[in-house]
Design a protein around this ligand. Structure first.
Ligand code: FMN
Ligand code: SF4
Ligand code: SF4
Length: 369
């Protein structure tokens, strides 16, 4: 499934996100070899980086990182870009800085080194100032405008779900001449606390990523698609498989990025997503992402439009031999009983909340509209 994103023709919409799995030229080549449509460098900054240790935690569901940025100075990226561009590839450079001029300087350098586009990584939840910038549409406008003025290649801006009004920030990117936005960056978090030692999992606030943030990413992408005209969007957050990629595309994204899944499962995951996406689109006769882009937005209603007519749950095959009482427990309205392997559903008590249709592993419940 081809896509056009930021004016670049990508062979597929799957992009390897910025992060330490893309810390140098050789790492970027891994994503390219796995078949990604494009790859994005770890964020490049002008100040020398000293990594804290430890800096990445994972609880089996999501990850917290306090990794910060690339430990290769911008000049060193000339060598890394030569390696990454040695194959037919689309390489996007992620850069970050505190001032528009510093940001423009880094972007110009990376353009000179062969980057096909720039991603402004100005929305990391680590470091108070950047978090403040990510919510400040005027600052984002100034930064984007300075970079757009300084380079010829397309510029996208990575947005934060922590922003108070993501639409306003996306509109600022567009009016500053940005070619698109990517959403979302990691979400400010504390992964957990060891209650025996009172130690947080990592020693400071970090960025949350992986499967648990996918619903936040999907909502951000849909919000931007619905509220900002003609803006190109790259969906990010918790993509594990081709279906997740399609979810983002159907909510308005032209391309998607994958990060934590590569970190945990390796670059084979990219190969898998790309090949499953190809199979799915071949079966459906879909050649380009744009023919399904935003399809789900037509079914996304505002709260005011949602039905309020009575809806009740129905169970067609009430015999249930499983060692399970999930539906009985989850029906907070007391409409379900399980007696000697029979599911008894009282339509008088059912308020049509819908939860039983999700908790039953056998999908026994249906809602009658
Ligand atoms: C360990 C780690 C390091 C990251 N480093 C960067 C970075 O350098 N620049 C950036 O813009 N995003 C960075 N991210 C954020 C990812 O690019 C991505 O936006 C986020 O993780 C959500 O996507 P995911 O759920 O697929 O990981 C990092 C994420 C992780 C887990
Ligand atoms: S729809 Fe809600 S109220 Fe009705 S049976 Fe299911 S869980 Fe109970
Ligand atoms: S949730 Fe499904 S499997 Fe579990 S008791 Fe209810 S009907 Fe049976």
């Amino acid at each position: 499934m081809k896509t056009e994103f930021l004016g670049l023709k990508l062979k597929n919409p799957v992009i390897v996100a910025a992060g330490p799995w893309n810390r140098d030229g050789r790492s970027l080549l891994k994503g390219i070899s796995a078949g990604a449509g494009a790859v994005i460098t770890e964020t490049i900054v002008s100040d020398a980086l000293i990594d804290v240790r430890p800096r990445i935690a994972y609880n089996g569901l999501g990850a917290q990182n306090i990794r910060l940025y690339s430990d290769i100075q911008v000049e060193g990226w000339q060598r890394e870009m030569d390696i990454a561009k040695s194959r037919d590839s689309v390489v996007i450079a992620s850069v970050s800085a505190h001032t528009p001029s510093e940001l423009a300087y880094l972007a110009m350098k990376m353009e000179k080194f062969g980057a096909d586009a720039i991603e402004l990584g100005i929305s990391s939840p680590m470091g108070e100032s950047l978090e403040v910038v990510a919510s400040d549409a005027e600052r984002v406008y100034q930064m984007t405008k300075e970079v757009v003025r300084s380079v010829k290649i397309p510029v996208m801006v990575k947005l934060s779900q922590n922003a108070t009004n993501i639409s306003k920030v996306a509109k600022a990117v567009k009016s500053a001449g940005g070619a698109g936005v990517s959403a979302i960056n990691t979400v400010r978090c504390i992964l957990g606390v060891d209650v025996e030692t009172a130690e947080p999992t990592l020693s400071t606030y970090g960025g949350y990523s992986g499967v648990p943030i996918r619903p936040l990413g999907l909502a951000s992408v849909a919000t931007i698609a619905q509220t900002v005209d003609d803006i190109q969007i790259c969906g990010i957050g918790g993509i594990e498989d081709y279906k997740n990629a399609l979810e983002y595309i159907m909510l308005g994204a032209s391309a998607v990025q994958v990060g934590t899944s590569v970190m945990i499962h390796g670059f084979d995951r990219i190969q898998e997503i790309v090949s499953d996406l190809e199979q799915w689109s071949a079966k459906k006769g879909i050649k380009e992402a744009k023919s399904i882009r935003g399809m789900a937005l037509e079914n996304l209603k505002s709260f005011e439009e949602i039905k309020i007519e009575p809806v009740v749950s129905r169970v067609d095959t009430p015999v249930c031999q499983r060692e399970c009482t999930a539906c009985v427990t989850a029906c907070i309205y007391g409409a379900i009983q399980k007696i000697e392997g029979q599911i008894l559903l009282d339509p008088e008590k059912c308020t049509g909340c819908g939860l039983c249709t999700f908790v039953c592993p056998d999908k026994k419940f249906k809602l009658d509209w």
